[in-house]
Write a protein that binds this ligand. Structure first.
Ligand code: A2P
Length: 291
C-alpha cells in the first residue's frame, strides 16, 4: 500500500505507519525491522515518552532499508516544555538518526505528575519553530499532537510556522469531523493514533465492523485502519508487535459511503482513550479541558 500525503513542507508522508506506543523495548526493535523489511512499511512513529526510541533506531538500522526511504516521527515529552533543545538532543542520540517530523506530544507541560503552570505550550511551540529553523537537517518538519479545535485556533493566531501535522486519536467512536475539517482548511495533515481503539478494543468485535469485514473478506482491524486511510488529508498509525498483524494491517480496502456512515454511527459514548467528550480528560492532573 503506497498511498502518501504531502506535508506543508513539501515532504512526502506515507499514509500508513507503524505505531509503537506501548511497544516494549525487546519487542519494538523486531517489530520495526519486520515492518520495514517484510511488511511494506516506510513510516514509523515513536515518542521520547514511549521509552523505546533507541530500539526503534536499531530496528531501522537492522532492516537494511535506506534511511532516506523511511519517514520517522518522534515527540517532545510533556516534561520538557522548558527544555525542548535538550529533549531533541536526547531523542536524536537515542534514535541515532535525523527526525522527519517532531511533534509536541501534548499541549500540557507536566512536572512531577502534575500540570506545570510555569510553562506555556504556545511558547514551547515558538521554541520548536526556532529549533526547526536552525536544524532543518536534523528536524525536517514540526507539528503538534492532541490539539483540539479551540487550541488549534489559539496556536494559529500566534504561530509563525503552521504545524505540518496534528496527531490525534481517531476511530469510529472518536471521528473528530470538525477538527479534521479545520486542519484540512489550514493544510495540516491529521494523523490517527489508536485507530483500532487501542488494547482490547471493543471496536474489533463491534457487529458493524465485523459485518463489513466479512463482506470484504478482511479482518476487522483492516476496516478500522482503512476508515482512516480513506479520509482526505489523514494518515494512520496502527500499532502492533505481532508479525502477522503488522503485515495484515497494511491491507487497505475501499469502503463505500454507506459503510463509512455506519462506522461513524457506532456508539460515541465509550472506547475513548484520550479523546473523551471534553478532549483531554486530564482534569485530575490540573489541566482544563480543551473544549
Ligand atoms: P499487538 O501489538 O499485541 O499485536 P491501536 O493501533 O488502536 O493502538 O491498537 C493496538 C492494539 O491492537 C494492540 O493491542 C495490538 O496488539 C492490537 N492489534 C494490532 N493489530 C491487530 C489486528 N490486526 N487484529 C487484532 N488486534 C490487533
Amino acid at each position: 500500500y503506497h498511498k502518501t500525503v504531502t506535508l506543508n513542507t513539501g515532504a512526502i508522508m506515507p499514509t500508513v505507519g507503524l505505531g509503537t506506543w506501548k511497544s516494549a523495548p525487546g519487542q519494538v526493535e523486531h517489530a520495526v525491522e519486520y515492518a520495514l523489511k517484510e511488511g511494506g512499511y516506510k513510516h514509523i512513529d515513536t515518542a521520547y515518552d514511549y521509552g523505546n526510541e533507541a530500539e526503534v533506531g536499531q530496528g531501522i538500522k537492522a532492516s537494511g532499508v535506506p534511511r532516506a526511504e523511511i519517514f520517522l516521527t518522534t515527540k517532545l515529552p510533556n516534561g520538557h516544555h522548558h527544555t525542548p533543545e535538550k529533549a531533541l538532543e536526547e531523542s536524536l542520540a537515542a534514535l541515532d538518526t535525523y527526525i522527519d517530523l517532531w511533534l509536541m506530544h501534548w499541549p500540557a507541560p507536566m512536572k512531577n505528575g502534575k500540570a506545570d503552570k510555569s510553562a506555556n505550550w504556545i511558547d514551547t511551540w515558538k521554541r520548536m519553530e526556532v529549533i526547526y529553523e536552525n536544524n532543518k537537517d536534523k528536524v525536517r518538519a514540526i507539528g503538534v499532537s492532541n490539539i483540539g479545535v479551540k487550541y488549534l485556533r489559539q496556536l494559529l493566531k500566534e504561530a509563525k510556522i503552521v504545524p505540518a501535522v496534528n496527531q490525534v486519536e481517531l476511530h469510529p467512536s472518536c471521528s473528530q469531523e470538525a477538527l479534521v475539517k479545520e486542519c484540512r482548511e489550514h493544510g495540516i495533515i491529521v494523523t490517527a493514533y489508536s485507530p483500532l481503539g487501542s488494547d482490547n478494543s471493543p471496536l474489533l468485535k463491534d457487529p458493524v465492523v465485523t459485518t463489513i469485514a466479512a463482506a470484504h473478506g478482511v479482518f476487522p482491524a483492516n476496516v478500522l485502519i482503512s476508515l482512516q486511510a480513506n479520509r482526505e488529508g489523514v494518515t494512520v498509525l496502527p500499532k502492533s508487535v505481532t508479525n502477522e498483524r503488522i503485515k495484515a494491517n497494511m491491507n487497505i480496502i475501499d469502503l463505500t459511503d454507506e459503510e463509512i456512515r455506519e462506522l461513524n454511527d457506532i456508539d460515541k459514548t465509550k472506547h475513548f482513550r484520550a479523546c473523551r467528550p471534553h478532549w483531554t480528560g486530564w482534569g485530575s492532573l490540573g489541566w482544563e479541558d480543551q473544549e
